[in-house]
Write a protein that binds this ligand. Structure first.
Ligand SMILES: CC(C)(COP(=O)(O)OP(=O)(O)OC[C@H]1O[C@@H](n2cnc3c(N)ncnc32)[C@H](O)[C@@H]1OP(=O)(O)O)[C@@H](O)C(=O)NCCC(=O)NCCS
Length: 170
């Protein structure tokens, strides 16, 4: 099991987080979203579920990960996900994913899909470990979980329980 980073909190994204999330997006992707698009997802898109991972260092809070998920009926589409380079491969993306998927499971999501570049080994490996299967193979691979397992099963992967403002280990 991954040891969560001390003081890591996964919580819904707020409008005031957008400039920091945009910075993270810009260093993570060659075609980052605009601040306006991120703002729209946080404040106006009723179907969007937006998350950040935050740590507190020397009394200063810092956003180190983010995710946007679109919920449409029973489908959860992972729209974007990124972690700051210095914090990668420490379980943060997986923690965000599981927190977000558990939350939408409670809202009725039963399947999930996403697109990932064929060359993005880190992301591909993570999604496969989480149970996503390759659905369509191209330069951009579409991956899908057709029937999301119940939350308890997800908990076996990394044991987290959602609570307002973050998560705690169970
Ligand atoms: C993909 C990304 C979000 C992963 O974030 P992360 O916090 O480093 O991921 P985690 O630490 O939670 O890793 C979960 C699993 O992903 C895989 N993984 C993560 N980094 C990896 C790497 N450098 N090489 C191979 N596998 C890797 C592993 O399977 C890992 O599980 P393990 O720790 O048990 O080996 C991060 O690399 C990133 O922000 N990349 C740039 C943006 C991006 O590509 N986003 C995804 C778009 S689809």
């Amino acid at each position: 099991m991954v040891e969560p980073i001390d003081g890591l909190v996964v919580r819904p994204m707020l409008e005031e987080d957008v400039p920091f999330v945009h910075q993270l997006d810009t260093i993570s992707f060659s075609l980052p979203w605009s601040q306006r698009s991120l703002s729209y997802e946080v404040s106006q898109n009723a179907g969007a579920r937006t998350w950040v991972a935050e740590i507190e260092q020397v009394m200063v809070k810092r956003i180190i990960g983010m995710m946007v998920l679109w919920l449409a009926l029973d489908e959860a589409h992972i729209a974007t996900l990124a972690v700051y380079p210095g914090f990668r491969h420490r379980g943060i993306a997986r923690t965000i994913m599981i927190t977000a998927l558990k939350a939408v499971f409670h809202e009725g999501a039963r399947s999930s899909y996403l697109e990932v570049r064929a060359g993005n080994q880190a992301a591909l490996q993570m999604y496969q470990e989480m149970g996503y299967k390759v659905w369509v193979t191209a330069v951009i691979i579409t991956m899908i979980i057709k029937r999301m397992p119940c939350c308890l099963h997800w908990s076996g992967l990394i044991c987290l329980t959602l609570k307002p403002g973050g998560y705690h280990e169970c």
